[in-house]
Design a protein around this ligand. Structure first.
Ligand code: ZN
Length: 71
């Protein structure tokens, strides 16, 4: 079973899906190459579809937090 990881770019904070066997990943947004460190992994998934759903959820909760912090 291939494991998918949702990682966050250390440079721009963008989300990416990588397979568990990768040692590094490149960000699509800024081109930054990061090593697959534990602190950059924000979610695990068993399929690419599940990983996409996790990213969608992370984006929503991020936006909700921004909304909540408005005066
Ligand atoms: Zn980036």
């Amino acid at each position: 079973m291939v494991r998918y990881l949702v990682v966050v770019c250390a440079s721009c904070g963008g989300y990416r899906v990588v397979s568990g066997v990768q040692k590094t990943f490149r960000c699509f947004s800024c081109g930054n190459v990061s090593s697959l460190k534990q602190e950059l992994i924000v979610a695990y998934a068993n399929s690419a579809e599940e990983a996409r759903q996790r990213i969608a959820y992370l984006k929503i909760s991020k936006a909700a937090k921004r909304e909540a912090s408005k005066p």
